[in-house]
Design a binder for this molecule. Sequence first.
Ligand SMILES: [Zn+2]
Length: 147
Amino acid sequence: MPFTENSSKDDTGRSVRRAEIAKTWSFDAAHHLPSHAGKCRNPHGHTYTVEAVVEGEVKQPRGESDDGMVVDFGTLSAIWKEHLEPRLDHQDLNESIGADGCWPTTAENIAHWIALTFRSRGAPVSRLSVWETPSGRATVYYGTDDV
Ligand SMILES: [Zn+2]
């Protein structure tokens, strides 16, 4: 039987598989850090990359659309399209999300803000990374079972 090396049994003897799934997006935005001692205090822009990770149990076959998945990629994409992209892409982040608790608009705080938006919309994101540049990222961690 395939997958047995990645399976365990639960209390009822049912085979449980776990997996981590990830999806990425990018967006362009302006921001600045008013208190920063260096050049980041001046308005400037980035092409940000976001990676959302969900780690959890692979759903057993039960005749549902998300059989065999941890979470449907489409669920993540729908939240991104409806609730995140309009607030992030081609926006001044200091205005668009800075007033919504994401302050200052560092990569760390942007990562928390995006992760909390996913989680409040029903996607149990366990880890979320934001690349501000190709070589610099911030990653925030959340539990896997506390949603
Ligand atoms: Zn910056």
